[in-house]
Design a protein around this ligand. Structure first.
Ligand SMILES: [Zn+2]
Length: 278
């Protein structure tokens, strides 16, 4: 059986899982059809994480740098909706010059050294991590998988026989889903999903006491990086920067008009940036 067919069939099999189905997402408030159960999302993320990390130089070895990123990420977890706080959240700094950040279903969040070095304070780091948390809580990857199934015209009937191929799905299917160089199916979202993740990110960072305008500065940093000869990889996994900047600015002018959180610029430079060695 070819990989694509295997993935499609196995995902179809999960449609039959009792925990999956049409639910109201606690973060977005929207009804959405989840083809993966919560346990499957976690399993998919856990299986895919090592391969994805390895493609970006693996986790940085410096424990204090990892602890810094983890602390900032975890500070936002109590502010997420519903029972998403109970996901096995992990925040990992990857040893790569590539400018990017991404998340896997189930709460695995990654930021590259290349992106972290472009940031100027902790609120901006919270902006990046909060955006990725938003992709997880809005279950965007699950939505992608579901729409892919609809496009592929899945017949539920054929899926029953594949129930015993779960481990095969994880062995063969996960590499295909994650893809090489961050171009994978699970890491690439559309305009609406990017705007939604920005909005959720601003909500989470402000709940944790960070200045939500950090999110706008992240976009400025990324826009500046895009001026160079090489487009940052971030640009392909996080498209539509113009509409994102506009939407973030609008939120700052309205909902967050009187919200002023912390930036922690000195701490970011002294305890994080200065300790990064190549
Ligand atoms: Zn995104």
């Amino acid at each position: 059986m070819n990989t694509r067919r295997l993935i499609v069939l196995t995902i179809a099999a999960s449609l039959l899982a009792p925990l999956a189905g049409c639910v109201t997402n606690a973060a977005t408030g929207r009804r959405q059809f989840n083809s993966l159960s919560r346990a499957e999302e976690i399993q998919l993320g856990t299986e895919a994480a090592p391969q994805l990390a390895a493609e970006y130089g693996g986790p940085m070895g410096n424990a204090s740098l990892q602890a810094y990123v983890r602390r900032v990420g975890m500070s936002m977890v109590p502010g997420v909706e519903g029972d998403y706080a109970s996901l096995p959240w992990e925040f990992t700094l990857l040893d790569s010059d590539v400018i990017n950040a991404f998340a896997l279903p189930g709460g695995k969040v990654f930021i590259t050294r290349g992106l972290a070095e472009k940031l100027d304070d902790e609120a901006e780091l919270a902006g990046v991590l909060g955006h990725e948390i938003g992709h997880v809580t809005a279950e965007h990857a699950d939505k992608r998988i579901t729409s892919q199934m609809i496009v592929a015209g899945i017949a539920i009937g054929v899926s029953v026989a594949t129930q015993d191929e779960d481990s095969e799905f994880l062995r063969v299917g996960v590499p295909a889903l994650v893809g090489v160089g961050g171009q994978g199916f699970l890491l690439k979202f559309g305009r609406d999903e990017e705007l939604q993740a920005d909005g959720l990110g601003m909500r989470y960072m402000s709940r944790a006491g960070y200045d939500p305008s950090g999110q706008l500065d992240v976009m400025r940093v990324l826009a500046a990086a895009s001026q160079g000869p090489r487009q940052p990889e971030w640009a392909s996994t996080h498209p539509h920067p113009e509409s994102r900047i506009k939407a973030i600015q609008q939120k700052l002018n309205n909902r967050y008009k009187d919200v002023h959180g912390e930036r922690y610029q000195n701490r970011y430079h002294n305890e994080f940036l200065s300790r990064i060695t190549h």
